[in-house]
Design a protein around this ligand. Structure first.
Ligand SMILES: [Zn+2]
Length: 457
């Protein structure tokens, strides 16, 4: 990076003046398959910056962002700032129309086939689509399934009378051994002081689904003596949790026993609601995985860690029992992050990130904080945190959104992912790098978590 530290002309401020540098696209010859993209980088803000003759604003911090249009084939860009000049070539490949629009090939088998799951944590989906909010359950390796058809890359899974799910073919191997409907031999209830635990003794493993609506609902599929071969039971939040909100649950097998565990409401300490509450802080990316690159060349993985450590301090000062998923610049797999949090029985899981965009979006008009959740139980936490972010910092609300990110697809802890701001937006980027903004942001996050625990209804 070409940072030149110069004293400002007035001699009052010590401003960092940046030489012209592009951080995106990553090289001066790039292939981008999109009608629009952008340049992100740094430049001397006292000089006009031009991209192919069009003047581009440079933020006083030195960052800039500019959306560009791309024609098919070769696009050449000349970027000038004072004496500095860079030439970039971006290739936008012509589309090839062979194959993409094939209709799905769906087949229903005349006779049921049998299979088993070959990978741990394989999603059972409600639609034959690899993505989105369509996960019914996560199946462990070796899990038996009844295959009743297929559609493109998915097997259609028998889940009782006229009810189906979908699992990627790549995660199933067919087998000869029959997979039958099962029976519920008996049920048990246990209160261990921390969890309510419901055990279903079954004659074999069978798919399940847990949904959070007003109440928590459990379905066990392919049960011989249930209506439509689907056993359904509801756990009323009013009765089970005395009207308090859901803060974690899990469904899993232990042998042929299916177990549903629901965390009991926490009795928060009067003055220090977070006292003793286990909170996992996940600094996004790390090691070989850099994350986004800010306008001035800062790496998201480093920024996330800085925020994580500041949040750790803030939460510890409130008495929380903090688990740091990483404290150094190391790579940690997504599933490992979740498993670590679950092993320590974390109640809350906060993943910290800085935002970037796909090529087709505008880095100038997209800015502010976003909070993502996957399961409805985590939405109130996102709302409390957003409320405090807007109150304590000058960020804007770029949305509380449901999204299928691996680290927040965890039901044991109330899990959210916070995009503090846009690293590729010059103004947001300057804020994110600012010490005061960071302090205010982690304070807002900690206060949001505190409210979530304090107000349990
Ligand atoms: Zn990230």
């Amino acid at each position: 990076m070409k940072k030149l530290l110069l004293l400002s002309v007035l001699g009052i401020l010590c401003n960092q003046v940046y030489a012209l540098d592009i951080v995106y696209p990553k090289s001066d010859t790039a292939v981008i398959n999109s009608p629009k993209s952008f340049f992100i980088g740094s430049a001397d803000y006292t000089k006009p910056l031009y991209i192919n003759g069009k003047e581009t604003d440079v933020h006083p911090s030195g960052g800039f962002a500019q959306q560009i249009d791309l024609e098919y084939g070769k696009n050449t860009f000349e970027i000038t700032s004072g004496e500095d000049k860079l030439i970039y070539t971006i290739i936008r490949p012509k589309p090839n129309n062979n194959g993409n629009s094939k209709p799905p090939i769906s087949v229903t088998y005349k006779e049921i086939k049998y299979g088993e799951v070959t990978k741990d944590n394989t999603p059972l989906r409600s639609t034959p689509v690899d993505g989105g909010i369509n996960r019914m359950a996560h199946l462990p390796e070796g899990f038996p399934l009844r295959l009743c058809g297929e559609s493109n890359n998915f097997y259609k899974i028998d889940l009782g009378t006229d009810h189906f799910g979908w699992v990627a073919k790549s995660a199933i191997k067919q087998k000869q051994e029959k997979v039958n409907y099962v029976q519920i031999l008996g049920t048990e209830f246990e209160n261990d002081g921390k969890y309510y635990k419901y055990t279903f003794h079954l004659t074999g493993k069978t798919p399940w689904e847990i949904t959070e609506n007003n109440d928590l609902e459990l379905k066990l599929y392919n049960i011989t003596d249930a209506n439509n071969n689907i056993y359904q039971t509801q756990y009323s939040k009013d009765r089970l949790l005395a009207g308090k909100k859901l803060i974690g649950y899990n469904g899993y097998y232990s042998g042929n026993d299916f177990i549903l565990k629901v965390r009991q409401p926490i009795k928060p300490h009067k003055r220090k609601p977070l006292k003793g509450i286990k909170i996992a802080i996940d600094a996004g990316h790390g090691g070989s995985e850099l994350g986004a690159i800010g306008c001035l060349g800062d790496k998201e993985k480093d920024i996330n860690l800085l925020y994580a450590k500041a949040l750790e301090q803030e939460l510890r000062s409130k008495g929380a029992d903090v688990l740091m998923i990483r404290t150094e610049d190391v790579y940690v797999g997504l599933q490992d992050r979740v498993e670590l949090a679950n092993k320590e029985d974390s109640v809350i899981f906060i993943s910290l990130h800085g935002n970037a965009l796909q090529d087709n979006s505008d880095p100038v008009t997209n800015y502010g904080s976003e909070i993502y959740y996957y399961y409805p139980q985590a939405r109130p936490l996102a709302s409390y945190i957003m409320y405090h972010l807007l109150e304590k910092t000058d960020t804007v609300n770029h949305g509380i959104k449901q999204a299928s990110f691996a680290v927040i697809r965890n039901t044991n802890a109330v899990s959210i992912l916070i995009e503090v701001g846009y690293l590729i937006n010059p103004s947001d980027n300057a804020k994110i790098l600012d010490d005061t903004f960071r302090k205010d942001t982690v304070k807002a996050i900690a206060d949001g978590i505190e409210d979530f625990i304090k107000y349990q209804k």
